[in-house]
Design a binder for this molecule. Structure first.
Ligand SMILES: NC(=O)c1ccc[n+]([C@@H]2O[C@H](COP(=O)([O-])OP(=O)(O)OC[C@H]3O[C@@H](n4cnc5c(N)ncnc54)[C@H](OP(=O)(O)O)[C@@H]3O)[C@@H](O)[C@H]2O)c1
Length: 269
């Protein structure tokens, strides 16, 4: 029988998950119902995704035993308190809200549900997401299996300890934005050396795809792959020297640290 998944807050990430699952080979394993804050968004989502979507969170909690919390973190408490009276010991709540802990989600939803916290990223929309998940109290192996199955359908998924989730947010949660900046910069560089802009963007983006696949599929250390491209007294070493002078490495490390720190401070807010 298909697992009925209730999406609390069908915005960009909720839609990415639903679309990703609907277009996967496991689509028949899942059914969906969702909520939004406004009736207009609910109508639009129903039309776009062909699923039941309304504004009654308590009704959703009553009809779905698996709930994915996709509202912004500052809306989470109100939504969880609203559904708390309908939550039973058979419920699993998977929260993707940045910075919220499993303990907060469990407490606000009445303490009965099993809670899993997940941090996906936007490439879930095209089946290339990266999701890290961790377990809170009351989680059984079948809950983790279901979480893994859901997020593996829209990319890669790994389990880690909850204490690492702010770092995950700083790296893979926010990471697509860093990489878009890198692609934009490389594309500008292409324009500077005379390439048409569209071609420059294609060259930059496909180079990132290719290099990423080399790392993932060959399983070699990125430094070893970098050395393969770098001929003695060739062109690449001059480019690398410019990157070292511009402190690219430490700048990227600082970007992840800054976003991790922000995620930690939001957890405590
Ligand atoms: N975006 C990312 O890259 C990313 C990555 C990882 C995790 N996340 C997490 O994913 C969550 C969602 O982010 P998003 O970018 O998808 O946000 P979003 O597009 O703004 O979507 C939020 C959704 O929540 C709905 N909502 C607000 N209050 C509600 C309520 N009281 N009851 C029911 N629905 C309600 C909104 O409905 P209306 O449209 O009617 O206002 C909207 O559909 C956040 O917690 C974020 O931390 C995001």
């Amino acid at each position: 029988m298909a697992t009925r998944i209730g999406i609390l807050g069908l915005g960009k990430m909720g839609e990415a998950l639903v679309k990703g699952l609907q277009s996967s080979s496991h689509a028949k394993n899942y059914g969906f119902e969702a909520t939004t804050r406004s009736k207009e968004s609910a109508l639009e989502a129903s039309r776009k995704l062909g699923i039941e979507c309304h504004t009654d969170n308590a009704k959703l909690a009553a009809s779905c035993k698996v709930l994915v919390l996709c509202v912004k973190p500052h809306h989470a408490r109100a939504v969880l308190e609203e559904i708390a009276p309908k939550i039973t010991r058979d419920h699993l709540i998977i929260t993707i809200a940045a910075s919220l802990t499993t303990a907060q989600v469990a407490e606000w939803s009445g303490g009965k549900a099993a809670v899993v916290r997940a941090m996906p990223n936007t490439p879930c929309l095209i089946g290339e997401g990266m999701t890290v998940y961790c377990e809170g109290s009351g989680v059984k192996p079948e809950h983790l299996k279901l979480t893994d199955a859901i997020f593996s359908t829209v990319g890669r998924a790994v389990a880690l300890e909850e204490s690492l989730m702010d770092g995950v947010t700083g790296l893979s949660g926010c990471g697509p934005a860093y990489i878009y900046l890198v692609i934009e910069a490389l594309s500008e560089a292409g324009v500077k050396v005379g390439l048409p802009r569209k071609t420059a963007t294609l060259l930059a983006a496909q180079t990132l795809v290719g290099a990423s696949k080399m790392v993932l599929e060959r399983g070699e250390h990125p430094a070893a792959l970098k050395d393969e491209v770098t001929t003695p007294a060739g062109c690449t070493i001059d480019g690398l020297m410019a990157l070292e002078e511009g402190k690219l490495r430490v700048t990227l490390i600082k970007a992840v640290l800054a976003a991790t720190k922000r995620s930690r401070s939001l957890s405590k807010a």
